[in-house]
Design a protein around this ligand. Structure first.
Ligand SMILES: [Zn+2]
Length: 139
C-alpha cells in the first residue's frame, strides 16, 4: 500500500509514527491542515484529503506534569516519584498536537517554559507485537 492510499485515520497516523513520520492531512478544498489526520475537514466538511509530512519542529503551547500515570506509562517506568510531562505542541505548520515532552524535568514544573522550541521524537514502547511508537517532542 502506498502512502497516498492509506486512510486518513488515527490508525494510519500511528503506522506512520512507526516509520518515524509525523503526518497530517491537508484538505484539497480549503487547504486546512489536520494533525492527526481527519477523513473529513472540520473547516469545510470536504472529503478530499492529501497526506502531508510535518517538519517536526514546534513550540510548547501548554503542559501538565503527570504523577498518576496510565498503564502504558507505568510500564515505561513513570509513577508518582518519577512524573512525566504531557504537552500541547504548536507545530510550525500551524496545527497543535498533544504529546509527551521528553528531556524536561517534570519533577520541577517551574523549569519548563511555555514557548520552548521543540523537535519531534519517536518513542518505542512495549514488547514484540504489542510494540508501538508514541509521539513525543524534546527541546
Ligand atoms: Zn476544508
Amino acid at each position: 500500500m502506498t502512502m497516498d492510499e492509506r486512510d486518513f485515520t488515527s490508525a494510519s497516523f500511528y503506522k506512520f509514527l512507526g516509520e518515524h513520520k509525523l503526518m497530517g492531512s491537508r484538505c484539497s478544498s480549503c487547504g486546512a491542515l489536520h494533525v492527526p489526520p481527519r477523513p473529513i475537514c472540520t473547516d469545510c466538511h470536504g472529503e478530499e484529503m492529501e497526506w502531508e509530512m510535518m517538519g517536526g519542529d514546534g513550540t510548547l503551547l501548554a503542559f501538565t506534569t503527570i504523577h498518576i500515570a496510565p498503564t502504558a506509562m507505568i510500564e515505561a517506568g513513570y509513577r508518582r516519584d518519577n512524573p512525566y510531562c504531557a504537552g500541547i505542541v504548536k507545530l510550525d505548520e500551524g496545527p497543535a498536537i498533544s504529546a509527551q515532552i521528553l528531556k524536561v524535568d517534570a519533577s520541577q514544573p517551574d523549569s519548563i517554559a511555555i514557548g520552548t522550541r521543540l523537535h519531534v521524537a519517536f518513542v518505542q514502547r512495549g514488547e514484540d507485537e504489542l510494540q508501538r511508537t508514541f509521539l513525543a517532542f524534546q527541546p
